[in-house]
Design a protein around this ligand. Structure first.
Ligand code: IPM
Ligand code: MN
Length: 356
């Protein structure tokens, strides 16, 4: 198979982890006889520094021209404490999602057995947890009108959803539930929000078309509690943009560390595959970031964008083997991990390639 893959490292540890993610793609192409052609582009803070724009036109053009994108992270602490900054790295991310029509963000929360002890949740509550989140990614309060009024003394962000937007993400979630445990939990705040009442109405309508799927509706506050209390009761979860952002960070603790979680953003055109963690400037340049989320993002890319199941499973098996052999990055190591098994980013990558 011949494919063009665009690498967009972005900011902070994005650079370090996508390097390992790419090396895994190179190894897979070699092993299975594919021809992957790579290009690279700037986004986020690094793009602002170079061009003044967090998503330069050149990057967007390269994105549209590629078959899939392996993405790192964007962000920089200098903007976080400057609420007045007009240009921000995150604007590039949101624009990319909108421009590429990436309305469905898949976040699989899969717990590797070896990491049962890495979570702060009790192993007996966690064991066997396997959740697939569908977070809507191009609507909601993220993209509605926003502004200041009353002489800069009030601010507003409008949350808006159309039936069409809810239906297309809903369908993807129902279809996925069919290939898994046939359970779907739709999360909203329909007791308060009008957008959530429309959301629930549309999901209820879809449920009639999928009689084989057991559907439940939960309010977001209760879902946040149930995720920690009894994560095994969830199979596929579908929710709006803001709720999905918050719940998936929470759910990352089921998998032990954010450093283990990959995501896929798909929709109308080229798919984007990225860790759910951010740019993590506190550890940038120290070489200690966990590259496995980027590696698992590469596995999702091969599976979802290219349909290469065996190749994708080969990567997941290698991650499993690395963990079974006792290797850990710092974020997933515990008091019992021998010092010589705690790897830095680069060595974790080298050890992983040996297992592919
Ligand atoms: C995510 C991130 C982004 C989001 C930020 C960086 C804008 O937290 O991908 O989850 O809120 O969507
Ligand atoms: Mn987030």
């Amino acid at each position: 198979m011949k494919k063009n893959i665009l690498i967009v490292p972005g900011d902070g540890i994005g650079q370090e982890v996508t390097e390992v993610g790419k090396s895994v793609l190179v190894k897979i192409a070699e092993k299975f006889g594919h021809e992957f052609i790579y290009d690279e582009a700037l986004m986020g803070h690094v793009a602002i520094e170079a061009t003044g724009n967090p998503l330069p036109d050149e990057t967007l053009a390269k994105m549209r021209a590629s078959d899939a994108i392996l993405f790192g992270a964007v962000g920089h602490p200098k903007y976080d404490n400057d609420p007045t900054a007009k240009v921000r790295p995150e604007q590039g991310l949101l624009k990319m999602r909108k421009e590429l029509g990436l309305y469905a963000n898949l976040r699989p929360i899969k717990l590797f057995d070896e990491l049962l002890g890495a979570s702060s949740i009790k192993p007996e509550i966690l064991k066997g947890s396997d959740i697939l989140f569908f977070r809507e990614l191009t609507g909601d309060i993220y993209f509605g009108e926003k502004g200041r009024k009353n002489d800069n003394n009030s601010a507003y962000d409008i949350a808006e959803y159309s039936r069409y937007e809810v239906e297309r993400i809903g369908r993807k979630a129902f279809e996925a539930a069919r290939t898994r445990g046939k359970k779907l939990c739709s999360v909203d705040k329909a007791n308060v929000l009008e957008t959530s009442r429309l959301w629930r109405e549309v999901i209820q309508g879809l449920a009639v078309e999928y009689p084989d799927i057991e559907v439940e509706h939960q309010f977001v506050d209760s879902a946040a509690m149930m995720l920690i209390k009894d994560p095994r009761r969830f199979d596929v979860v579908v929710t709006a943009n803001l709720f999905g952002d918050i719940l998936t960070d929470e759910a990352s603790q089921i998998a032990g560390s954010m450093g283990m979680l990959a995501s896929a953003s798909v929709g109308d055109s080229t798919g984007v595959y990225e860790p759910i963690h951010g740019s993590a400037h506190d550890i940038t340049g120290k070489g200690i970031a966990n590259p496995l989320a980027s590696v698992l993002s590469a596995a999702l890319l091969l599976d979802i964008s290219f349909g290469l199941k065996e190749e994708s499973e080969t990567i997941i098996a290698a991650v499993d083997k690395l963990l079974k052999d006792g290797f850990r990055t710092r974020d997933i190591a515990d008091a019992l991990t021998p010092a010589d098994r705690i790897l830095n980013t680069e060595v974790a990558g080298i050890e992983l390639l040996k297992r592919i």
